[in-house]
Design a protein around this ligand. Structure first.
Ligand SMILES: [Zn+2]
Length: 75
């Protein structure tokens, strides 16, 4: 089973683009629900984590490692 890793500040690509045409979203809040902000129009949405994981395609840019692969975390 595929596991998706993401963290606060990451820019992710969604499976469905935002109505504005951009499908890059920045994670601005993590919790039981995830708040993501559209990189294109700056509109933010709060969605349940399960739905976010389902709709998220991949992490484009990691906040922790902007220039390379995501580093190992403590957990
Ligand atoms: Zn947008």
């Amino acid at each position: 089973m595929e596991r998706k890793q993401f963290e606060l500040g990451d820019v992710v690509q969604m499976k469905k683009p935002h109505p504005c045409g951009t499908n890059e979203m920045e994670i601005i809040r993590m919790g039981m629900d995830i708040r993501i902000k559209c990189v294109g129009c700056k509109h933010s949405v709060l969605i349940p984590r399960a739905k976010f994981e389902k709709n998220m395609k991949k992490v484009l840019r990691s906040a922790a490692a902007p220039d390379g692969p995501v580093g190992e975390q403590s957990h």
